[in-house]
Design a protein around this ligand. Structure first.
Ligand code: GDP
Ligand code: ZN
Length: 357
């Protein structure tokens, strides 16, 4: 179990919700309703119990890849998942369509590599967006600037990214040539869980193949075959052990992740803006057109990149819009519940009618 990240903290979480006959397990694969767990008894197929399904408040309560659970093994069928251990981190995304319901794509990720390509994809605003998502997950972000082989001015690029990612490690690397990848090793310690986030084409698959194919990143170029062509499938939802002992989560859900952050996460991703905001004349300054706005002043004198401020304001609008939608949904649900209470009271009154006569 240690190989899959079991530690004292997880053990304590298991103790807190364990019952007789329950074993701990980590979800390593998930297909529709059936999960595969790694347990002290080996790999087990598992599904949530009827009670679990009944008591779940929403989709976010169901186990996903990376989750730890307490399950009841059965000789003649899938194990029954009775409890979900509290998550250390979770990547939530908007469910498809208009619904504003969080769906969890992956859980208990220690470090998330935010991968950007140093080619046409390179975009500081996108990095800011991914950072907000990472902070909201609870996993620690590391920005990976891939395709470093295509740029000469790496020091400048890294410095520029460090400015939009205060306090976050920034690594320039080449998944194809192998350079720079050794800087990722500290995050790939045995039992640590990592995941990759980034738009299509930035080199996530190439990097994953690298991680799967090699333990210590030799800087010599490897042939396509050695890079593990065909080994990696992008359709299965899974958690795999890398040769060095770290655990890698790669699920389609992670690949489709959209921004799902709260305002606090934004403040974390834009610490510099927050610091400036403390000097605005109005404590609730929106940094749009208010007099005495220290943030706008900084953008005007160039000490804050004006595009970064624009990006911040745009993300904030997005986050607020999502929150409004969430509030509206909660209100609708409340109204519905109220309606149900009312209907129940009427029924009760009708049932008790004789007493009133
Ligand atoms: P994904 O969509 O994020 O999984 O990206 P892929 O791994 O499929 O890579 C997209 C393209 O970028 C492929 O043509 C890769 O060969 C190329 N690529 C990946 N890593 C590097 C790199 O470090 N340097 C260069 N020059 N190209 C790379
Ligand atoms: Zn302001």
């Amino acid at each position: 179990m240690k190989d899959y990240g079991w530690d004292e903290d997880i053990a304590a979480r298991f103790e807190a919700c364990a019952g007789p006959g329950l074993v701990p397990g980590r979800v390593v694969r998930q297909a529709r309703d059936l999960s595969t767990l790694v347990t002290p008894l080996g790999e087990l197929a598992a599904e949530v119990s009827g009670r679990f399904r009944h008591e779940a408040a929403g989709p976010a309560d169901f186990p996903v890849v990376g989750d730890w659970v307490a399950a009841e093994p059965h000789a003649d069928g899938p194990a029954l998942i009775q409890a979900l251990l509290p998550r250390r981190s979770a990547f939530a995304r908007k469910a498809a369509g208009e619904e504003v319901e969080a769906q969890v794509a992956a859980a208990n990720v220690d470090t998330v590599f935010l991968v950007t390509g140093l080619d046409g994809d390179y975009n500081l605003r996108r990095i800011e967006r991914y950072l907000a998502t990472a902070w909201s997950s609870g996993a620690a972000p590391v920005v990976v600037l891939n395709k470093a082989d295509l740029r000469e001015d790496l020091d400048e690029v890294v410095a520029e990214v460090e400015r939009v990612a205060p306090g976050v490690p920034v690594v320039a690397a080449s998944a194809v040539a192998g350079g720079g990848l050794e800087a990722l090793l500290p995050y790939l310690a045995p039992g640590k869980t990592v995941a990759l986030l980034g738009s299509s084409g930035v080199g996530k698959s190439t990097l994953i193949n690298r991680l799967l194919g090699e333990e210590r990143f030799a800087t010599a170029p490897v042939s396509d075959a050695a890079a593990g062509r065909g080994r990696h499938t992008t359709t299965a939802r899974e958690l795999v052990r890398l040769p060095g002992g770290a655990l890698l989560i790669d699920t389609p859900g992670m690949r489709e992740l959209q921004l799902w952050a709260g305002e606090e996460d934004l403040d974390r991703a834009f610490e510099d803006v927050e610091r400036l905001a403390a000097r605005c004349r109005f404590p609730d300054c929106g940094h749009e057109a208010e007099p005495g706005c220290a943030v706008r002043a900084a953008a005007e004198d160039g000490s804050l990149d004006a595009r970064r401020l624009e990006s911040y304001l745009k993300l904030r609008r997005e986050v607020r819009f999502m929150e409004l939608k969430k509030d509206a949904k909660a209100r609708r649900q409340q109204e519905k519940a109220k309606g149900r209470d009312f209907a129940a009271r009427i029924k009760e009154i009708k049932r008790n009618k004789p007493r009133y006569r």
